[in-house]
Design a binder for this molecule. Structure first.
Ligand code: GDP
Ligand code: MG
Length: 598
């Protein structure tokens, strides 16, 4: 088998720089998709991806490119997510490629995740094809961006291709550059099979379908195969590739990317990063695999209807098939009943998972406010990991608490330097270093508690820098902080799902601001509802939701039936997201109110 006409590459970029749009243009130009079937962001197959215009899952698609040299090339194109929560997906994709197209927005230039993606690609020894996108825009300054690519990233930019994902200009040149700059895969067609699992999903009828990159050997239907790490064997029930619909093939050959129908009914048996080999003739060594992504943000997920508890567990297990970073443990709340404490890579990941659970599995869920993983040192010398405020031991038994810090960096025009430094200080951060990348951008390094970042740091960063700042971070160390548990009482009852761990010197302000927010969020009930903030037994803030007669029809004079019905339906909708706590109806937003506190 000849691999000289195969090119496997990922497209990486800072978010919104145009990966998905460029992928669409490539599908079009290679006639992979009929023009009439062309929808925007074709590779973002999940509803959430389309609605939010973001890519969450990597996606491997095969296209055939008829190059100017008269030869046909097989391109396996792997679209990747750009948001920092999903960096682990990017590194998974890169492990399957020889090349990376590094997209940089011609109006924005190099940003924080351009740097981190370029670093990932260089560390994976990939051939990098820089593409400067959005050259159709009047504010594009491609020559300066070229300079940034050379100076900030140390990537030669002579070869940079100027493109517009919007108009299609330059995409042909990009495809030619991929042919010439990206190496063909190497591999031994006669060696025992060695295929890396990039991703998988569960299909009712066919069991788990795994996306793989074949490094050595080949796979056919009927082959007896084995998962090297987990050890399970299975009969291959078919192979194929996505174009972008699943297309069956006779064989997945050496160097190729495609899918394998495993027939396995238990998603837990197919692990991303595992290697597939022949049952009777295994390869000598498995692929390096991936280091596990570590969850950083934890939240309680509770079904509004407690009868959905088992369904929630099933749904989490199914989601884990193609989202191996997801972890959870049962959690019980006096207020919310039985649920799970779920770990996520970040806030966006959390929102996405919650939304998928609700949409794809029809669950109605309450999410409680996110927390980080605290190390609590007790007076008896024991250290406990706490991911839920309600698990915090009694104050008298706590010696000290440590919380996770991030090593973060922001790239911003020098004009906003002061604003960023102030924001960092306001969020208990400490700047450590500042580097001018060019006259137009400065990189600020700082350490900051993760708990601050998951509150509203990012939104404020965007607004205080008019959207110019870009942020990137990695996990740092644990440090001691003076933290206390802030409790909220509704109608005199403490609501465990509304407790938060906060810095002691900010507890008063936060309690006051939280009580005010909750007063706006909790609808008026038949009776007055006092809201109180407390540390231990001490009440430190209060507000009140006034009583009201909740007769929505009173407003409808006359007999307009359809209007009445609409109002009733609206009221029902509103109810769906409510949870009765004691005698108080509390909407979902209340549990996340702390995210909105200033
Ligand atoms: P991704 O986050 O990197 O996948 O970026 P998208 O492909 O979703 O693009 C982000 C936004 O930029 C979308 O609104 C696109 O329509 C827009 N966009 C992408 N490429 C171009 C381009 O070449 N020119 C212009 N004017 N807009 C573009
Ligand atoms: Mg995208």
């Amino acid at each position: 088998t000849d691999t000289s006409h195969i090119r496997n590459f990922s497209i990486v970029a800072h978010i919104d720089h145009g990966k998905s749009t460029i992928s669409d243009r490539i599908l079009e130009l290679t006639h992979t998709v009929d023009e009439r079937d062309m929808a925007d962001q074709l590779l973002d197959t999940m509803d959430i991806e389309r609605e939010r215009g973001i890519t969450i899952k990597s996606n491997a698609v095969r296209v055939v490119y008829d190059a100017d040299d008269g030869e046909s090339y097989q391109f396996n194109l792997i679209d990747t997510p750009g948001h920092v929560d999903f960096t682990y997906e990017v590194s998974r994709s890169l492990a399957a490629c020889e090349g990376a197209v590094l997209v940089v927005d011609a109006t924005q230039g190099v940003e924080a995740q351009t740097v981190s993606n370029a670093t990932l690609a260089m560390n994976a020894n990939l051939d990098i094809v820089p593409a400067i996108n959005k050259i159709d825009l009047p504010s594009a300054h491609p020559e300066e961006v070229k300079k940034e690519i050379e100076e900030d990233l140390a990537i030669p930019a002579d070869d940079a291709v100027l493109v517009s994902g919007k108009t299609g200009e330059g995409i042909h040149n990009l495809l030619e550059a991929i042919v010439y700059l990206v190496s063909p895969p190497k591999g031994d067609a006669k060696a025992p099979l060695k295929a890396l699992i990039l991703d998988s999903y569960f299909d009712e009828y066919r069991g788990v379908v795994a996306t793989v990159r074949v490094f050595d050997g080949s796979i056919k239907k009927g082959d007896h195969l084995r998962m090297m790490a987990l050890g399970d064997t299975f009969l291959c029930d078919g192979v194929g590739c996505k174009r972008p619909m699943e297309t069956p093939l006779d064989e997945l050959g050496v160097g190729e990317v495609g899918y394998v129908v495993t027939g396995l009914k238990d998603p837990a048996l197919v692990k991303t990063g595992d290697t597939i080999t022949y049952e009777d003739r295994p390869c000598a060594e498995a692929c390096p695999g991936y280091h596990e992504a570590k969850p950083m943000v934890f939240t309680g997920l509770f079904p509004i209807d407690n009868k959905q508890y088992e369904n929630l567990r099933d749904a989490l297990e199914k989601l884990k098939v193609n989202d191996p970073s997801l972890i959870w443990a049962p959690e019980t709340s006096v207020a919310l009943g039985f649920g799970f404490r779920v770990g996520f890579l970040g806030l966006l990941h959390m929102e996405v998972v919650k939304e998928r659970l609700e949409r794809e599995f029809g669950l109605d869920l309450i999410a409680t406010s996110p927390s980080v993983d605290y190390h609590v040192y007790k007076t008896d010398g024991e250290m406990v990991d706490i991911t839920s405020p309600q698990d915090l031991p009694d104050v008298t038994r706590i010696d000290h608490i440590e919380e996770p810090y991030l090593k973060a960096k922001v790239i911003v025009p020098p004009d906003f330097m002061g604003a960023v430094m102030q924001l960092v200080i306001d969020h208990r951060g400490e700047t450590s270093d500042m580097v001018y990348l060019s006259e137009k951008s400065v990189e600020i390094h700082f350490d900051i508690p993760l708990a601050e970042l998951i509150l509203d740091f990012f939104d404020q960063l965007k607004s205080r820098t008019k959207g110019y700042a870009s942020l990137d971070y990695e996990i740092g160390d644990y440090r001691t902080s003076d933290l206390v548990k802030l409790d909220i009482l509704l109608a005199g009852e403490e609501v465990d799902a509304l407790s938060f761990i906060v810095p002691r010197d900010r507890a008063y302000d936060m309690a006051r601001s939280l009580c005010d927010k909750l007063k706006e969020i909790i609808p008026r009930q038949q009776f007055e509802v006092p809201i109180q903030g407390a540390i231990g037994n001490k009440i430190i803030a209060r507000s009140t939701v006034k009583a009201v007669r909740k007769d929505v029809l009173a407003k409808c004079y006359g007999g307009d039936i359809s209007r009445k019905r609409k109002l009733l339906e609206k009221q029902k909708e509103g109810k769906k997201r409510m949870k009765s706590i004691g005698s108080v109806e509390v909407p979902q937003e209340a549990f996340l109110a702390v995210l909105k506190v200033d």
